[in-house]
Design a protein around this ligand. Structure first.
Ligand code: FPP
Length: 246
């Protein structure tokens, strides 16, 4: 069980290792993604139990279109089926679902199901789950820059008004606080174009565990590692300690 104090309010996860998990078992990669979905379901449940308020997961990157067409199509089938099967139960448990990324590249059926899930769960606040699909951190910053330029061109904003908070307001996660903890499974130690802007002061946790094996015990371990860190946000250790004891 996780210590109740200093729970990360927002956890971001790169769910890596589904393909290797399947390969180790001589099964098709799609089986790994299916097992990955199961792991995601249990991480959502455990996040609620621990009082985490925002969870952002990388389900499909802007670069994942480059995978073999058969794998992309299997992933789309898994997403569609998950939207049909899981959304009502998530809704009953107070979960708010949001999809971030360039959604217009998906087929109409997928877009409709994502919008319906967002509408149904919009006011739920037990846990907000942001699912990044066709997402990339550079895409996000680029689309925000374009919107800012439009606002200036249309006279709604002056160039001098552009500051960090205005940029953040146009990013896909404008309604979520910055992540406190960033978890990447599968052994790679890189950010892979995930939440570039939002991770400026996020604590990183890398584990070799493959995503389908990331169970509630692994989440507890990641949260415990976060709880042992000192977050200074640019200040000195002495300054941070005097604020805590004040
Ligand atoms: C990375 O593992 C995983 C993905 C690209 C897909 C993630 C998808 C899921 C967890 C399925 C369900 C999610 C939702 C939101 C319905 P990889 O394929 O890169 O694994 P590898 O590095 O071992 O090849």
């Amino acid at each position: 069980m996780t210590s109740r104090s200093n729970i990360p309010g927002h956890i971001a996860i790169v769910m890596d290792g589904n393909g290797r998990w399947a390969k180790k078992r001589n099964r098709p990669r799609s089986m790994g993604h299916q097992a990955g979905l199961k792991a995601l379901r249990s991480v959502i449940e455990e996040s609620v139990r621990n009082g985490v308020k925002f969870l952002t997961v990388f389900a499909f990157s802007s670069e994942n279109w480059k995978r073999p067409a058969s794998e992309v199509s299997q992933l789309m089938k898994i997403f569609l089926r998950a939207l049909d099967k899981e959304v009502n139960e998530l809704h009953e448990n107070g979960i708010c679902l949001r999809f971030i990324g360039e959604k217009s590249d998906f087929e109409a059926e997928m877009q409709t199901k994502m919008t319906n899930a967002e509408t149904l769960t919009a006011t739920n606040r037990q846990l907000v789950v942001n699912i990044a699909v066709n997402y990339g951190g550079r895409w996000d910053i680029t689309q925000a820059a374009r919107k800012l330029a439009e606002a200036v061109a249309e006279g709604h904003m002056a160039v001098a008004d552009i500051d960090e908070s205005r940029i953040a307001a146009f990013l896909a996660l404008a309604d979520s606080p910055d992540p406190d903890l960033f978890i990447r499974t599968g052994g790679e130690m890189r950010i892979s174009n995930f939440l570039l802007w939002q991770s400026a002061y996020t604590e990183f946790y890398f584990t070799p565990i493959l995503w389908p094996d990331f169970d509630t015990g692994e989440l507890t371990r990641a949260i415990a590692a976060f709880q042992s860190r000192e977050r200074r946000f640019g200040k000195t250790s002495d300054q941070v300690r005097s604020t805590i004891s004040a």
